[in-house]
Design a protein. Structure first.
Length: 258
């Protein structure tokens, strides 16, 4: 592998390869799969502060959406005034439009390196030995469509991985449909007063529900190792968001106290 990600992918490869050897006496033939899962979890734990900041930013944007819509309605024909009022609102709330975007972009190099490691046949000019290991006799470098039939172990294993991944994506989509902390009250108030929903709200919600399933398509076209990585990282993301929502709900003041 060449390019600016070649060096970090090579470093990650050496770490996962060493972890595989370390786990072999305990996990046996499952050592490579265990190493993929543990390494992915370690990376996600490392970048979890960025994930938390991104979730806080998303919650803030959702909470402020009705106020932003009101400012747009009031000052829509005065772009400079609207921008000043919007900036003042974000400053008052201690957030910004980039509060969720910047942490997500900061995670991209880590997640890209990990994904590339588990889908690349070569690393630093040599064969990716991780992909030569297997799970139940299926090489980690194998692709779903290269199997010999629906009743083969190869295809049954891929279908099982994709089914679990699809279930996790379904849970993610359901979670995305829930109101983020602080958004329920403004939404209810808008409904009671028949106020129009913020522009793009329905479209954004639809995208949030459909987007997780793109991961299933990617996994179906990727090597088994990359599919296992995607399964692990989606499970981590789902758990992370659930924990964030529970924590935010506990921190949310009672309705009567507002």
């Amino acid at each position: 592998m060449s390019g600016f990600l070649g060096v970090p992918v090579g470093a990650a490869y050496r770490l996962v390869f060493a972890l595989t050897h370390l786990l072999t006496p305990v996990a046996g033939g499952l050592a490579a799969v265990a190493a993929i899962v543990l390494f992915t979890a370690a990376i996600r734990l490392l970048i979890s502060p960025l994930s938390y900041r991104a979730l806080r930013g998303q919650a803030a944007m959702t909470r402020l959406a009705p106020k932003v819509a009101a400012l747009r309605t009031r000052y829509g024909r005065q772009p400079e005034r609207f921008q000043r009022e919007l900036t003042a609102l974000y400053k008052q709330e201690g957030t910004s439009p980039f509060a969720s975007i910047v942490p997500l972009l900061a995670q991209w190099p880590f997640l890209s390196v990990t994904y590339l490691l588990f889908r690349s046949g070569t690393v630093n000019g040599g064969q990716n030995q991780l992909l030569s290991d297997g799970l139940f006799g299926v090489p980690l470098g194998a692709h779903w469509l290269s199997g010999s039939g629906l009743l083969s172990v190869h295809d049954l294993l891929f279908l099982a991985v994709l089914a679990v991944l699809a279930a996790l994506c379904w849970l993610s989509a359901r979670l995305a449909g829930q109101a983020l902390p602080g958004a329920a009250a403004p939404a209810a108030a808008a409904a009671r007063t028949s106020a129009p929903a913020p522009a793009g709200g329905k479209g954004t919600g639809m995208i949030a529900r459909v987007l997780p399933y793109v991961t299933v398509v990617i996994a179906a076209l990727a090597p088994l190792a990359a599919a296992i990585y995607l399964l692990t990282t989606v499970a981590w993301t789902l758990a992370e968001r659930r924990l964030f929502l529970r924590r935010a709900a506990r921190e949310q003041p009672p309705a009567g106290a507002r």
